[in-house]
Ligand binder design. Structure first.
Ligand code: PLP
Length: 376
């Protein structure tokens, strides 16, 4: 028995399709916020397409705001930034199929080297001198050279530098515990970095800049700042330490594409997991889990329409969600804000992360390719 009474669908002329808009002014403000916490050089980390916000847009805003370096995982990601005209130094630190010295040289990017094997393979290539950052494992067990192997790595780096195959231009680590916003938790990593940097100097490799902190360390623990901080999440408004209010740097909107007026007792969506408890209006948004709306979100999840928050009801489908707008009948074509920095009724990415039991990073990096991108 189908008890759904469907109102005629009104279609207006122009629809703004589901759109993720990047807000460079927020990136600018976030760089300024980090700057209030550190005098060290700021590297803007724009991996994973700038945490889903568009690597080039975020990088340009960050550099204009004073970031002196850029960071990406791969040389491929870095090349996109170079092609867009970004000229500041770029560091890359993940090389799943080995370091391609020619590609790094062609893009003019630095590479992180975290093991004797990796450096050996790099030295075996015939390419112009490669700029390397020696990567110490400061507690992640996720790449980087353990302290026990550091002297061997330095020995090889020395030989490579003498032969002009590489030039050591940085020493890096990465903090595992900085999100706790407790300097005590970072102390061992800081001590390890200091000792490793001394060893670099003692090995005759000069005093290249050292960098350890990401967003949390940059915002909460000056002892981790060294010469440079690598800030990614903070650029787009995420403070993983939960101690500093940053500016959300994107807004996700979708148009209402279908509305209906239904009686009490109407099941909504797959498995009828939600049943209306009163006569109400339903609005459909053309965006679902394939577009990054978390299917596992809690019943608290909602969107903003016309300045008010309305709940997402029933299961999130692959391509659609249904919103219960109560007494309000919004016209088809009305824009809903799924998340944004606006405050008030508009959910934030932190709200969505809470509703989905995850972190804001997965929300912003999970927005699918069908969603149109724009920059404010
Ligand atoms: C992702 C990443 C960063 C940036 O971390 P955020 O917490 O997003 O600021 C810094 N350094 C390394 C090695 C990373 O992988």
């Amino acid at each position: 028995m189908n008890r759904v009474s469907v109102a005629p669908v009104r279609r207006s002329g122009t629809f703004r399709p589901p759109t993720l808009q990047t807000l460079p002014v927020a990136v600018t403000a976030n760089v300024a916020r980090v700057r209030t916490r550190t005098q060290s050089t700021i590297m803007a980390v724009v991996k994973a397409d700038g945490y889903g916000h568009g690597a080039v847009s975020v990088a340009k805003a960050a550099v204009a705001a004073g970031a002196g370096w850029l960071g990406t995982t791969s040389v491929t990601e870095a090349s996109v930034l170079r092609a867009a005209g970004l000229a500041v130094p770029i560091l890359t630190w993940l090389h799943p199929s080995g370091i391609d010295a020619d590609a790094a040289g062609a893009a003019g990017v630095d590479v992180a080297v975290g093991s004797v094997d990796e450096l050996d393979a790099l030295l075996a290539q015939t390419a112009p001198t490669v700029r390397v950052h020696l990567h110490l494992d400061t507690g992640m067990s996720r790449g980087g050279c353990p302290r026990a192997g550091w002297d061997d790595l330095l020995g090889l780096a020395q030989r490579g530098q003498r032969a002009r195959r590489v030039r050591v231009v940085g020493v890096m680590g990465h903090l595992a515990l900085a999100d706790q916003a407790d300097p005590e938790a970072n102390a061992a990593a800081v001590a390890g970095m200091r000792a490793s940097r001394r060893a670099v100097r003692a090995a005759g490799l000069g005093s290249p800049p050292a960098h350890l902190a990401a967003t949390s360390g940059a915002l909460t623990d000056p002892a981790t700042h060294f010469d440079m901080v690598r800030v990614g999440a903070g650029l787009v408004g995420i403070d993983p330490s939960g101690t500093v209010e940053m500016h959300g740097a994107s807004r996700l909107t979708a148009p209402i594409v279908h509305t209906s007026e239904v009686p009490a007792g109407t099941p909504v969506g797959y498995a009828g997991a939600y049943v209306t408890d009163r006569a109400t209006h339903l609005s459909v948004l053309p965006i679902g889990y394939a577009d990054g709306i978390p299917r596992e979100c809690s019943p608290e999840a909602g969107v903003e329409i016309g300045g008010r928050r309305f709940p997402v009801v029933g299961r999130v489908s692959m391509d659609q969600i249904v919103i219960d707008t109560g007494a309000v009948a919004f016209p088809v074509g009305t824009s809903a804000t799924v998340f944004g920095p606006d405050g008030g009724a508009t959910p934030t990415i932190r709200d969505w992360a809470r509703w989905a039991g995850t972190i804001p990073h997965t929300i912003v990096t999970g927005i699918g390719p069908r969603v149109k991108r724009s920059t404010a």
